[in-house]
Design a protein around this ligand. Structure first.
Ligand code: HEC
Length: 121
C-alpha cells in the first residue's frame, strides 16, 4: 500500500520540473538583428544550394532559411546536448549559448526568397 502514496508525489515533481524548464526557455527572447551578427559560421554551408559536406560521410546540408524559429532553436539545442549526432553540427552548437541559438533562430526564420544570402533568391 505504501507505494501507492508515492505516485502522486512523483507526478507533482515531474510537473514542477517541466514547468521550471518551460519558464527558463521562455526567458530567452531571440533577435533577428543580433542573429545577423552570429551566422557567419553557418553561411559557408547553409547558404549554398545543394551543398554537401562530405566528412566523414556525405550529408546534404539542409536549407534553414524560412524554417520556423522554435524548430531551429530546438534542433541546435539537440545538437548541443548530443541528442542529434551530426559531428560538425554538434561542435558548432556546443559553442552557442541559449541566447545565440534564439537569435540565430529568429534570423533564419525571418528569411525569405529575397533575403540577401538566401539560396532561393
Ligand atoms: C560544415 C557545414 C555546416 C556548418 C558550418 C553549419 N552547418 Fe548546420 N548542418 C549541416 C549539415 C550537414 C546538417 C544536417 C545534419 C544532420 O543530418 O543532422 C546541418 C543541420 C542543421 C540544422 C537542422 C536542420 C533540420 O532541418 O533539422 C540546423 C538548425 C542547423 N544545421 C543550423 C546551423 C547553424 C545555425 C549554423 C551556424 C551556427 C550551422 N548550422 C553551421 C552543416 C553545417
Amino acid at each position: 500500500m505504501k507505494k501507492l502514496f508515492i505516485l502522486p508525489q512523483l507526478a507533482v515533481c515531474a510537473t514542477l520540473a517541466f514547468a521550471g524548464f518551460s519558464a527558463q526557455a521562455a526567458d530567452v527572447k531571440g533577435s533577428a538583428d543580433a542573429g545577423n551578427g552570429k551566422v557567419w559560421l553557418c553561411i559557408g554551408c547553409h547558404s549554398i544550394p545543394d551543398y554537401r559536406a562530405d566528412y566523414p560521410f556525405t550529408y546534404q546540408v539542409p536549407m534553414i532559411g524560412g524554417q520556423n524559429a522554435p524548430y531551429i532553436a530546438a534542433a541546435l539545442a539537440a545538437y548541443k546536448k548530443g541528442e542529434r549526432k551530426h559531428p560538425t553540427m554538434r561542435s558548432i552548437a556546443a559553442s552557442l549559448s541559449d541566447q545565440d541559438m534564439a537569435d540565430i533562430a529568429e534570423y533564419y526564420a525571418a528569411q525569405n526568397a529575397s533575403s540577401p544570402n538566401n539560396p532561393l533568391k
